[in-house]
Design a protein around this ligand. Sequence first.
Ligand code: ADP
Length: 667
Amino acid sequence: MSFFRKTEETLQNSAIDELRQTVAAAALPAHVRQVAEKELATLSKIAPATAEYSIGLTYVEYILSLPWNKKTDDNLDISKAENILNERHYGLSSIKERILEHLAVKILIRERKPRILIVDDEEIARKNLEHILKKENYVVVTAANGIEALEKMETSEFDVIMTDLRMEKVNGMDLLEKAKIRHPDSRVIMITAYATVDSAVEAMKKGAFHYITKPFKLDDVRSVVREAVDKMLATISAKGSVLCFTGPPGTGKTSLGRAIAEATGRTFSRISLGGMKDEAEIRGHRRTYAGAMPGRIIEEIRRSKVMNPVMMLDEVDKIGLDFKGDSASALLEVLDPEQNRAFMDHYLDIPFDLSNVMFIVTANIPENIQEPLRDRMEVIEFAGYTEDEKMKIAQGFLVPRQTREQGLSDYKPAFTEETLLKIIQEHTREAGIRELERQIANVCRKIAAEFVHSREKASHFVVTPQAIEKFLGPRKYYFEITGEESKIGVTTGLVRTEVGGDIIFVEAAKMKGGKELILTGSLGNVMRESAQAALSYIRSNVSLFHIPYDFFDNHDLHVHVPAGAIPKDGPSAGATIAIALISLLSERRTKMDVAISGELTLSGTILPVGGIREKILAARRAGVKTVILPLKNRIDVDNLGDDVVRGLEIIFIGRLEDAIDRVLLSD
Ligand code: ADP
């Protein structure tokens, strides 16, 4: 028994000793080392068989596994960054431009030497401070009294002002007040003798950043100034410092994120926020829970082995509804430069500096991002691609990549334009190009299989449209509208979904009954309300639409939006629903190749809607000839390229009545 205990103790000691040595040798910041040492001291008093013991050991090992001081060096060469973005992606010029601007600002802020003003009437103190701070690579300006300091503050801006509290005429307190008015972002540090500490505390109440007491310790001076400078930089870069890429899948958000990482010389990592249900997934569990784990953010940092990766947080618009805790505030703590310097993960329980991480957030629909988060980010919209753009991307990127990846580098089959167009139109139906790439990969694989099978490798294999039929089978998609007969009670509409724009057919039916409105077809709440509003508008204007007064007393109405179980929501179907109902009630057939999108108010006004580019692209994919849009969306259409609107008639309306004769036939 006693032998047994001894072995156990020895084992315990050796495990702890080993960790102690690793802690001693590791490059840990002082406060982290303290926590690790304290934990090991506690562990040495606990029996190794207990749960606490193994939880403690794992904890110390986890601390040691984090890259506390490791960073990659940033590439600050903007033209190299530009080349990389261009080489990897076709088009997207305005997006690339905004990304480069964003990087340029970051580079400038980082490269700029912080400016510090030292005000002290004691020459030795002034010279000492100047000497210390110049060594820290700051631009240092000195003033021998308050009046001189005021003059210098008039002509130039300082990030940090260090001022003696007691001076003749204009003292430190006066300078603080002036600085707060003229440059509210600058940080003021008071220099004080022990006797005047009370006044320094008073100064902090009035907005001073900190105070140091004379005679000062060099380390204190350095760390207080560094902290002030960091805070100042965080304030400057806080606004719009996080990029948010929004748009349908397959439009290049992720691959542009990767290109940014490459362009800046950083590692790339990615976390999906979609479906996260619990704050603990972001912030971790407290160690008191059995099986507690760190949150995904810290875990991803550990995996990326550096403090400054480019970290992409995907699907920020899919977090929220059934989330336990406040997802927006947890994410703000991660993303906000003012807060993320000391991010608290519950498991780690030591403030962790995330301020060097370059976060990029992605979402499918910008409107679905919670407001406080959206305000903090620079939203960049990735819209869907036109057929021309898809063609160029396929030729320039997808075909070369897939030929390489499917082992065909030496044979390089040629895809003709006609062939690619056939794949785009008949085998894909998407805003982005994911499916397109998948289908090209399919074709390449089939060619590879044939080559290997027949042992006959043609070096100039041309992929014809006929070959596509053989490889991919019969066409999967048709222009939905082409050939559709005009109908009563069915109207074509345009909506935006997760995957881009889409056309919908709103169907309306009437039956004997009593005033009921039945709504079906995976409609969201907003769309249901739009249907109610459309009906109320029609009921309050029966004479305008030639509907008998008592019609509604003895009829039920049913509005249905087919096309699978794809959830549909948003206000933009209001006008479409109203036209379907008017067609039904006035028994006029609708032109199916006219698609309408607009929010309808109770008074019949048409309000602007979002996702215009996506909707127009969807209309073209479906073979729509005419698109009716709200008057106030004219500016959005004007901003689209010619290739997006080419061949489409676009009509703008301010009131619902203006749409009626455009959509309904008069016979
Ligand atoms: P998202 O993140 O928006 O869903 P991805 O970045 O995964 O889309 O893009 C899907 C594929 O399409 C990737 O292979 C990407 O490289 C390619 N791609 C997207 N846009 C472009 C473009 N403009 N030029 C070249 N390739 C592109």
